[in-house]
Design a protein around this ligand. Structure first.
Ligand SMILES: [Zn+2]
Length: 312
């Protein structure tokens, strides 16, 4: 293994910082996990750079970082992060100053999509839409192995599109999103959204995994809730398929562990997608939570990683 084929990826989450060294063929050769310091941006920076230093071991590997939230250009301060001590901070610049070299940084949904497209469930597919269904609802688009980005750094953020009218008719009242808008897709498809829909349908206030478990046991209310959620997901994904027509949609986040979705949703899609036969594949993730660090490492394509090395 030549050193230039190794890349560092770090996932900075609300509870832990996970750093890896990724090999050219997508294997994790080293892994470090430390708790994320609470309430102190400075302490997070120190911990993060400490992890990177340990992984470098004196080498000059490229560094990619995945984090919740979006980068605000051109000031490059973080916005929309649920790790609130990052918001308004120029995270990339501060890390680069400490390390003394450039890094790349992307939101965790984009890292998830990239990781699954290059080495995971979407491997070999020309276009992949990676979906996060968890605390929030995010997404990332990878075409021909490249993450799609744009001037606003929001490509794939379908969670803050307004729900289609056919989804609105399945909820009892309008829902305000944490972003301030009303009836965002996230308010229905995130974990809390599913739970709320289940309560509105007469169920107990329990986690989505519990609703799925009860449905599998034949509980009538839970079965109906799971079917409603699956239909809402199909209706929201149909808008993506009509627009982007990805070969593969990979689900991630906590709700991607609900097995029934992979039977229910594909069967419902034909009703909402503008085609007679829906060929879009919908798959569970290969890497799950590990995708944050893996995708972050892939923010530097192998070719560039080796260029940087040979130039140094
Ligand atoms: Zn929103």
């Amino acid at each position: 293994m030549v050193e230039s084929a190794l890349r560092i990826g770090v996932d900075v989450g609300g509870s832990k910082i996970e750093g890896i060294v990724l090999t050219a063929d997508g294997e994790v050769s080293e892994l470090i996990r430390v708790p994320t310091p609470r309430h102190s941006y400075e302490k997070v920076l120190v911990a993060l750079c400490g992890v990177i230093g340990q992984l470098q071991q004196g080498r000059q590997l490229t560094v990619g970082i995945g984090t919740p939230g979006a980068l605000r250009l051109p000031g490059e301060t973080i916005k929309n992060s649920n790790s609130t001590c990052f918001n308004g901070k120029p995270l990339q610049r501060d890390i680069e100053q400490r390390l003394g070299h450039s890094i790349r940084i992307e939101n965790d949904a984009n890292c998830f999509a990239l990781s699954e497209a290059l080495h995971g469930s979407g491997r070999g597919c020309r276009s992949v839409f990676g979906v996060i269904l968890g605390t929030g609802t995010g997404g990332g688009i990878v075409i021909d192995g490249k993450l799609q980005t744009g001037p606003n750094q929001i490509a794939g953020e379908w969670g803050h599109n307004c729900i289609p009218a056919n989804v609105r008719s399945s909820i009892t009242e309008d829902r305000q999103c944490h972003c301030g808008r009303w009836n965002c897709i996230e308010t229905v498809l995130c974990g809390a959204g599913f739970r709320r829909s289940h309560v509105e349908a007469g169920g107990a206030s329990v986690e989505p995994a519990e609703i799925a478990r009860l449905a599998a046991q034949g509980d009538a209310v839970a079965s109906r809730s799971l079917e409603t959620y699956s239909r809402q997901l199909a209706q929201c994904l149909a808008t993506i398929i009509n627009m982007l027509d990805p070969a593969m949609i990979v689900l991630g986040g906590g709700l991607s562990r609900i097995d029934q979705l992979y039977e229910l949703v594909p069967a419902m899609l034909a009703e909402y997608v503008f085609t007679d036969q829906v060929l879009t594949q919908i798959s569970p993730p290969r890497f799950g939570d590990a995708s944050g660090a893996r995708g972050a490492a892939c923010l530097w394509p192998l070719l560039e990683a080796s260029y940087q090395k040979s130039a140094s």
